[in-house]
Structure formats: C-alpha cells, structure tokens
Design a protein around this ligand. Structure first.
Ligand SMILES: NC(=O)C1=CN([C@@H]2O[C@H](COP(=O)(O)OP(=O)(O)OC[C@H]3O[C@@H](n4cnc5c(N)ncnc54)[C@H](OP(=O)(O)O)[C@@H]3O)[C@@H](O)[C@H]2O)C=CC1
Ligand SMILES: O=C1O[C@H](COP(=O)(O)O)[C@@H](O)[C@H](O)[C@H]1O
Length: 510
C-alpha cells in the first residue's frame, strides 16, 4: 500500500515541520487585504505554532513607514480582524521579526534594498531563508513587481535548493484570456511554474477542501455521480453586501470577472472533475483542467447560456438600500453586472446532458455559498396513487455560512395513514467540530511556505477558464443589452429564472 500519510495535503497541522525558515514579503503592505486577512493569518499560524523557526515578515510599499510603525499597524490589524484575541506572548514572537522596506513597485534600487535586507536576515539567522513574495497590490503593478524580482535576482534566490523563492499572486489573474496569457508570460520570464502560487481564496475554505474528501473518501457518492442519476447541479455564490466603497474596482470587474470566472469555476471543477490519480497538486490540477476543457463554448445570444443583471433599490435587513446605479463611484448608465447566471454543459462521458447552473450576485437575499446536486426523480409508480409529490433527492454542500452537508430525502410522516414529506439529513461542522476553523488565508499561506500548490491555480487552469468567458465579456462589453434588474434583498433577476425554466428547472432557495 502507498504511504499516503506523508502527502502534504494529508499532513494537516504537522505540516510546519516541512517549512524551512521563511521570510514572507508582502507587496502592498499598507493595503486592505494585508490588514484584514494576511496579517491576521500570519498571527493565527503563529498562535497555532505552525510558523517555521526563523520566520520573518517584511512589509513592502511606496509609503515611508518605520519598522516600529509597521509593527503597530500589524498589531492593530490583529486586534480588529483576527479570529483570536491578540496575545502578547504570540505577538512578541512575530513582532521582533517584523520589518518594513519602503520603495516603488518599479524601482530597481528599492528591489536591491529589499535583496540586501533579506541577506541581512540570513546573516543573522546563519542559514538560508526561503523568500515568499506575496503580491497584494492592485493588478496594474503585478508585472512591474514580478520584473523587479527578476532583475534584482530575488526570483532565482536559492533556486536549486529546497529553500527557493516562491511567489503568491493575488486575484484578479488577468481580465480576459489575452491579459491572463500576458501575465503568465511575464511570470514565466521570471519564475518557474513550481515557484508560482496563484491564489483563489475559495480553495482555502475548509468546506471547499471537504468536497474532495466527501467525494473521494465515501463510496456511496461515486456510483451516483453521473448523468444516469443526477438531473442538474446548481452552484450559488450569493452575497448580501453591495459594492460598498469598491465602486472604482467593481466598475472594471463585475460579477463575471469578480466571482464566476474564478471562485465559482473552482467549485464547479472540484464538483465535476474525475478522481485524480493521487493527491499530488499536479494530479488534481490536471483533472480540473481536463474538466474545464470539456465545457462547451457558451451561447452568448439572448435566451442562451448567460444572463446578467444589476441590483436595484430594495430592503436589506429591514433597511432600504440604494440600487447599483445610485451607489457612490458608479456611472449612472453603468453596464457592469452585479449578478451573473450561467448554464454550462460538460461534454464528457460522465456529464453529457446534465446542466450545471452557476450564479453569483451582490445584494441577494442571504449570504450563502452552496453546491446543490439535484438527483433525478424516483419512478413515481409506487406512490403515484396517493397523490404524493415525491421530491427529488438533493445533496447540498453548504460552503458558507453554517458550513455543512445536507441531504433531502422523502420520509413518512408518523401516523396511521401513509403520508410523506421531504426530510433533511444535516451535518454541521460547528456541531461536530466546534466553530474555530482556520481562515482560508491561513491554510494558503502555510501551503505556499511548504511548497504545496494543490490549493492554488495553475497557469493553464486560469487561461482555460478565461477562454470560456472571454466571448461573454466581449458580447457584453460597454452595452446594457439584455441587462435585467433585481430588487436588492431578492433571489435575483427574472431572466435567470427564465434560463432555468427553459429546461423545466427552478433555482433552489438555499
Ligand atoms: N481587499 C480584499 O478584500 C481582497 C483583495 N484581493 C486582491 O488583493 C490585492 C490587494 O487588494 P487590496 O489590499 O484591497 O488593495 P489596495 O487598494 O488596498 O492596495 C494595496 C496597496 O497597494 C498600493 N497601491 C494602491 N493603489 C496602487 C496603484 N494604483 N499603484 C500602485 N500601488 C498601489 C498601496 O500601497 P502603497 O501606497 O503603500 O504602495 C495599497 O496600500 C488586489 O489584487 C485585490 O484584487 C482579493 C480578494 C479580496
Ligand atoms: O474575491 C472576492 O470575494 C469576496 C467574497 O469572498 P467571501 O470569502 O466573503 O465569500 C467578494 O465580496 C469580492 O467582491 C471578491 O473580490
């Protein structure tokens, strides 16, 4: 039997044993993501004793910030955003190794200063330190940062050793097929693919990883996981929040780029891919790419496979909220969608004829991410005479919130007459395991330190997904044609309902 207990994906909390001394360098260290997610993630890893010995944190940005001032900002971020209270014991261990380098993202001299700073750290430590560069800036400076790391030699640091440089790249990974290819070319000009970690934070969510376990560690699903038993699959990523203060970014993005092309497609790929030959990053990513390649090109014509809409005014939590076009920083005639609905057909042996419906929207009725696998109705002959509506079985993976897994079955209502109704079998993470689960960024930063790319996107994966959606973006570009409206606080627009109705389906209300 293969000794799979040593595989990084399975090593869990003992993984830190494999992480070499590491210096995490965050580009964009004064930014929102650093404050809300990255610094709290590092802190929680420290609290769980998961950081390697000789761990260093270096902030990098254009603002001049003294080391001590950066430490104070980091401590404030932990107080405000960490899932744990700030404890002096834990923080002191990181604080003394937290520093800041000021410089432009295209300034060769600043990159040399960064390289010198890393060398100083290595001298103090007395051994090689693996640099892990985290690019957490707006995408306009991804390329200059990558090129800067290349020209000052940092990208190749310790390349022939286990302590080689690595780079994490934030989303969005391009804005269409051509720009994703261009970014991949820039990356490949500087780094080797095994050094590159393209983030999709949904892959760091516990329940998304659980999808692999549920599918491939339980014998009961696989025999049913195909067109013979499954009628349709619905993937919903619904948010309550509106565009908030991110109008500038969102106007350039929209739901398709912001959520569908990346997060929702990752959920789809893990749900529909074939079993990988092993848990190796490449084996899993090969299967995801194979699946993405099997998706039929989308019909972008009206009445086809794609719908879009913007939220209008409505009520959220009992309070009135403005529509998208009234939000700050949004053009009154904006053609940016806040909701996208997609119907996908997967052209392979397993899924031929099974529609996969994806939807994601802001200002929807409830924050919920779920994958609902709807089975075919059972033959009704036995109970048909009783006038019963025999419900289709549905297996739903609740990704967030209230993480868990539910199955809808038909059950007999207790009593002397035979009546039936759908009943729900429920597994909830919080009930079984308690509620203090690690945040996605904790797992992802740790995995990159270890060198495990399983939960990151490979270059060809990003391009394959963009290939599917670029024709949609081109069809939508600058035009409001086909743009529907949905009331804030509702379950979405009527054009999305119509898309499903055309195949006699309806959206679930999760
Ligand atoms: N914030 C979030 O919730 C999420 C963010 N992301 C991604 O993470 C990355 C960082 O996001 P976020 O922290 O929100 O970004 P910010 O807008 O907060 O920018 C991060 C830092 O980059 C520098 N910066 C800002 N604008 C520019 C510019 N035009 N040119 C050069 N540098 C600039 C600033 O640092 P300084 O001036 O000090 O150089 C800023 O503090 C982005 O790629 C984003 O898409 C992904 C998921 C969620
Ligand atoms: O990447 C993004 O994700 C968030 C939603 O993330 P979640 O972990 O809270 O589900 C979304 O609000 C944002 O627009 C998008 O850029």
């Amino acid at each position: 039997m293969a000794d799979s207990s040593r595989h990084p994906f399975l090593q869990g909390l003992s993984k830190h044993r494999g992480a070499p001394p590491t210096a995490v360098v965050i580009f964009g260290a004064s930014g929102d993501l650093t404050k809300r997610k990255l610094i709290p993630a590092v802190y929680n890893l420290a609290a769980d004793n998961l950081l390697p010995p000789d761990f260093h944190l270096i902030g990098y940005g254009r603002k001049e910030i003294a080391h001590e001032a950066f430490r104070e900002l980091a401590a404030e971020a932990i107080k405000e955003f960490s899932r744990r209270e700030l404890s002096d014991d834990v923080w002191d261990r990181i604080a003394e190794r937290t520093t800041y380098v000021a410089g432009g993202y295209d300034d060769p001299e600043a990159f040399k200063r960064l390289a010198a700073h890393l060398e100083e750290i290595e001298k103090k430590v007395g051994r090689d330190v693996q640099p892990l560069f985290y690019i957490s800036t707006p995408p306009s400076v991804f390329a200059p940062i990558l090129e800067g790391l290349g020209s000052c030699g940092l990208a190749r640091k310790h390349l022939d050793t286990a302590h080689h440089a690595k780079v994490i790249i934030e989303k969005p990974f391009g804005r269409d097929l051509e720009s994703a290819r261009e970014l991949n070319r820039t990356i490949r000009g500087v780094f080797e693919e095994h050094q590159v970690y393209r983030i999709d934070h949904y892959l760091g969510k516990e329940t998304v990883q659980d999808l692999l376990v549920q599918r491939f560690a339980n014998a009961i699903f696989e025999p049913l996981w195909n067109r013979n038993y499954i009628d349709n699959v619905q993937i919903t990523v619904a948010e309550e929040v509106g565009v908030g203060t991110r109008g500038g970014y969102y106007e350039q993005s929209g739901a398709l780029r912001d959520m569908i092309q990346n997060h929702t497609m990752q959920l789809l790929a893990l749900t529909a891919m074939e079993p990988p030959v092993s848990l190796d990053a490449e084996a899993i990513r090969d299967e995801k790419v194979k699946l993405l390649r099997a998706i039929q090109p989308l019909d972008v014509k009206p009445g086809g496979d794609v719908v879009r809409a913007q939220y209008g005014e409505g009520m959220m939590g009992g309070k009135p909220v403005p529509g998208y076009l009234q939000e700050e920083g949004i053009a009154p005639d904006s053609a940016t969608e806040t909701y996208a609905g997609i119907r996908l057909s997967i052209n392979n042996w397993r899924w031929q004829g099974v529609p996969f419906y994806l939807r994601s929207g802001k200002r929807m009725a409830r924050r919920v991410t779920e994958i609902a696998v709807q089975f075919k109705r059972p033959p009704g002959t036995l109970f048909a005479g009783g006038g019963f509506d025999v419900a289709a079985n549905t297996l739903s993976f609740q990704i967030q919130p209230d993480e868990g897994l539910s199955m809808i079955l038909n059950g007999k209502v207790p009593g002397l007459e035979t009546r039936m109704q759908p009943v729900k079998m429920n597994f909830r993470y919080s009930t079984t395991f308690g509620s203090n689960t690690p945040e996605a960024y904790e797992r992802l930063v740790l995995d990159a330190m270890i060198g495990d790319g399983t939960l990151f996107i490979r270059g060809d994966e990003a391009e394959t997904s963009w290939k599917l959606y670029t024709p949609v973006l081109e069809a939508w570009h600058g035009s409001r044609s086909g743009m529907d409206t949905y009331a804030a606080g509702s379950w979405g627009p009527s054009n999305a309902d119509a898309m499903l109705a055309a195949q006699k389906h309806i959206w679930r209300k999760p």
